[in-house]
Design a binder for this molecule. Structure first.
Ligand code: DX5
Ligand code: ZN
Length: 214
């Protein structure tokens, strides 16, 4: 069954606790961390993740859109992240391998994320140790953008690699997800969908989550 991870980037930060409770029927809570360098936007840091941890039992799926993420893995793990994703474009292969090693040492689930420009095969050196591959279907940096249909091919290619080399790994899709693009992404092989605007822009977020599950 398709899992849903609402992105709190689309929540009202003044009422963050209320908005997190409004999505309690979800499977994960998606937290977008941006540093103003890897992407042209700055969002949430370690202390906010620690506060979120105290107000929800949902597992925290923390998407690190930051340069050289190895520097912050331990801090986000201690703050209560259940899964961390690092972008393959954010460091050298050695830096990514080190970040995954620190995740392992800290006992958090391990993910890698791909910008739209990055080819599916880029996951191969890491795939067998991953819990999740995150395929971006917008340029990372902002919520509310349109789904890049050409990324359906990357989703299908990542699905084929996962099925071949590490079937236990999840395939998460992030960006521009609504009930229609959710169907397309799932058909291409996604099993976990991030949704910001589609959930928080709805009158009833729990109904929106149900609609995305299909
Ligand atoms: C974009 C973020 C996404 C974003 C999704 O860089 O990684 O998680 O919040 O927002 P929507 O669902 O509005 O595209
Ligand atoms: Zn995200």
């Amino acid at each position: 069954m398709t899992q849903i991870a609402p992105s709190i980037l689309a929540a009202d930060f003044v009422n963050l606790e209320r908005d997190i409770r409004r999505v309690s029927s979800a499977d994960w809570l998606h937290v977008d961390v941006m540093d103003g360098a890897f992407v042209p936007n700055i969002t949430i840091g370690v202390p906010v993740v620690a506060s979120i941890r105290r107000c929800t039992p949902l597992p925290l799926d923390v998407h690190l859109m930051i340069e050289k993420p190895v520097r912050y893995i331990e801090a986000f793990a201690k703050a209560g992240a259940d899964l961390l994703s690092v972008h393959l474009e954010a460091d050298s292969p050695a830096g990514i391998a080190k970040a995954l090693q620190v995740m392992e040492d800290c006992g958090v689930k391990k993910g890698v994320a791909l910008r739209p420009i990055t080819k599916a095969e880029a996951i191969l050196p890491y795939l067998e140790e991953l819990d999740l591959v995150l395929v971006m279907t917008v340029e990372p940096g902002f919520g509310g953008q349109s789904f890049l249909t050409e990324q359906l091919e990357t989703i299908a290619q990542v699905r084929a690699l996962i099925d071949r080399y590490h079937p236990g790994c999840r395939l998460e899709v992030d960006g521009g997800i609504n009930p229609q693009t959710a169907r397309q992404a799932v058909q291409a092989g996604a099993d976990l969908l991030v949704a910001g605007s589609a959930v928080y822009g709805a009158d009833d977020p729990s109904q929106a989550i149900a609609a995305l599950r299909g």
